[in-house]
Write a new protein. Structure first.
Length: 69
C-alpha cells in the first residue's frame, strides 16, 4: 500500500540464483526471494550461500524483498 514504509530484516542466504537473485531465510524461518537492484549488481559476485544480508520487504508482499547494502 502506498505510503507504508518497507520492513527491514536480516537473513542468511540459502540459495544463489542467476541473475542477482537469492533465496534468503529470515530469523523466524520464513524464506524470501530477494533481488539486487541493477545499480548495485557489481557487489553480487561476493555474495555466497551462508552470508548475511539486509533486506527491505514490502508490507503488501512478504515473499519478495530487495537487498540493501
Amino acid at each position: 500500500m502506498p505510503g507504508q514504509p518497507a520492513i527491514r530484516a536480516e537473513g542468511i542466504v540459502r540459495e544463489k540464483r542467476p541473475p542477482a537473485t537469492f533465496v534468503v531465510e529470515l530469523a523466524n524461518g520464513h524464506r524470501v526471494f530477494a533481488r539486487v537492484l541493477s545499480r548495485q549488481r557489481e557487489q553480487v559476485p561476493g555474495i555466497e550461500p551462508g552470508d548475511r544480508l539486509n533486506l527491505e520487504i514490502s508490507p503488501a508482499d512478504f515473499s519478495n524483498g530487495v537487498v540493501v547494502f
